[in-house]
Structures are given as structure tokens and as C-alpha cells.
Design a binder for this molecule. Structure first.
Ligand SMILES: [Zn+2]
Ligand SMILES: [Zn+2]
Length: 273
């Protein structure tokens, strides 16, 4: 006790973080043993009625946690990379649970890598994206959104007027949209011509503005509606120190992490910790 009183806040916090992390590691390792305990009915040797009681008494696990451990292990039987990761205890079972529903023998290795690189929230987004990609009929999604534009009276009135004149409203809108895109492309070309060679990470205001015009305020990944918090350089800025808006995209926190996970090796990330 005296020893602890002598610790500074920083030292006390550092110990909490260290022991907390180790506690999680060993708990994960324990959870990975449960399927084998269950298979051998080993809990009986200790006088417990079930593997659930075994998990609760020995490691303070809830019934749900034991059930989850058994379920995940079973579903990873034919996915060696994820299975190894689970057994290593180095990533939380929660993260592995996230990818189980989309794991196949083919993407096993790739998913095991993502589980290590991405935070839990980025991983959720990554899995959602994969599920969206695999939806065959995305038009139904668009259909649902058709009434969500919140068109105001004046806009509706003017579109109606066009229609009454016999002008194809869809065509008129498409024309407007194409023109807008064309204007943005031209504005970007113009900016690129005048863009100074830059080694500073500071993004010029006119670049920020044109990106805002092009992408609005939300993440530039299709169907992602989260606010964009970061402007991402699609060519690594370290290798290509330029703020060319043709190679920049605003991303939400999660997609930004996913974008970087594509070209950063697991080992590099691990070293940063
Ligand atoms: Zn970035
Ligand atoms: Zn996003």
C-alpha cells in the first residue's frame, strides 16, 4: 500500500494500462482453451457441471462469453490464420467475432491481417463495406433513398414547370449534374497548374474548398454517411509531397484507417505501439 501511495499519477496509470493489457491477453488465451476443455469434458475432473461453470469459476467469464468462445472457435475450424490469432490471445475475441460472419477459407489470411491492424470501430466499418459490396442488387438501396432529398417547394415548383413545358426533367437534372462535375474538374486542373511544390503537410485553402465542393461534408466512400474528418492523400504524401486534389479524398475516421491499412504492413503498425 505504501508503495502505491508513492507512485505519481503517471506511474499509477502506466501500471493500470500494463496490467490491464496483460489481463486481457491471458483471458483471451484462457478463452481459446475452452473448446478443447469442452471436447474432453475436462471440467468434470475439476468437479464442475459444465464448461460454463468452469469458465466462470476459473476466469470470471460470463455464460455468454463462454458460449461465444465455443461458437467462434467452431466457426474458425477451417480458417487457420484467424484460428491461430484467436489462440495467440493477442487480439480481443470481440474483434474476431466481428469478422466471423464474412470469413471464408479464401479471405482468412487477409481478415487475420485486418483484425490486427484495424481498431474495433474501423473493423466494423470494413465488414459493413464488404457486406454492401456483396449485395447483388444495390438499386433497391437507391430506391429507398429517393424520397429523402428533402426537395423544397420552389425546387419542386420549377421542376414541375419544366415538365409542363415538355422538357424531360431527368435529362435536365443529369445535364446540371454533368455540368457541375465538369466545372469541378476544370477548377481542379486550374489549381494543379498553379500548385506550388510543397513539402508542407498544410493543405492550401483552395484545395480544401474544391474537395468540399466535390465531396460535400461526408466521407467520400460510397454509401458511407459519416462526417469526413481527414483529407487522405491517395498517393502517399511521404513519397509524393503534393496537394494535388485529384489524388486526395476526404474520409471518415474509420475509412481513413482502412485506407492506410492497405499499404502499411502489420509489423510497422505493431512497432508503433
Ligand atoms: Zn491518410
Ligand atoms: Zn467512411
Amino acid at each position: 500500500m505504501d508503495h502505491m501511495r508513492g507512485l505519481s499519477d503517471r506511474e499509477l496509470l502506466a501500471q493500470c494500462v500494463k496490467f490491464g493489457r496483460e489481463a486481457l491477453l491471458w483471458r483471451n488465451k484462457f478463452r481459446a482453451l475452452l473448446p478443447e476443455v469442452e471436447r474432453r469434458r475436462l471440467y468434470r475432473k475439476k468437479g464442475y457441471k459444465s464448461v460454463y461453470e468452469f469458465g466462470e469459476r476459473l476466469a470470471g467469464l460470463s455464460m455468454a462469453q463462454v458460449a461465444e468462445s465455443l461458437n467462434v472457435a467452431e466457426r474458425l475450424e477451417d480458417k487457420p490464420a484467424l484460428k491461430d490469432l484467436l489462440e495467440s490471445g493477442e487480439v480481443s475475441v470481440n474483434k474476431i467475432v466481428r469478422v466471423v460472419s464474412i470469413a471464408t477459407m479464401e479471405n482468412d489470411g487477409e481478415l487475420a491481417e485486418k483484425v490486427q491492424i484495424l481498431s474495433l470501430s474501423a473493423l466494423k466499418t470494413y465488414v459493413q463495406d464488404l457486406k454492401l459490396d456483396s449485395m447483388v442488387d444495390q438499386t433497391s438501396l437507391v430506391q429507398e433513398e429517393i424520397n429523402e432529398y428533402g426537395l423544397k417547394g420552389e425546387v419542386i415548383q420549377r421542376l414541375r414547370e419544366l415538365k409542363e413545358k415538355g422538357i424531360d426533367v431527368n435529362e435536365a437534372l443529369l445535364e446540371f449534374l454533368n455540368q457541375r462535375e465538369e466545372e469541378i474538374i476544370q477548377a481542379k486542373d486550374h489549381i494543379v497548374e498553379e500548385l506550388p511544390e510543397s513539402s508542407s503537410r498544410y493543405i492550401p485553402t483552395r484545395v480544401k474548398n474544391i474537395l468540399k465542393q466535390e465531396y460535400g461534408t461526408s466521407c467520400s466512400v460510397t454509401y458511407c454517411r459519416k462526417p469526413s474528418g481527414n483529407i487522405h492523400h491517395t498517393r502517399r504524401f511521404g513519397l509524393n509531397p503534393s496537394h494535388n486534389p485529384n489524388f486526395m479524398a476526404p474520409l471518415c475516421k474509420e475509412h481513413h484507417q482502412i485506407a492506410h491499412s492497405l499499404d502499411v504492413k502489420v509489423t510497422e503498425i505493431r512497432m508503433k505501439k
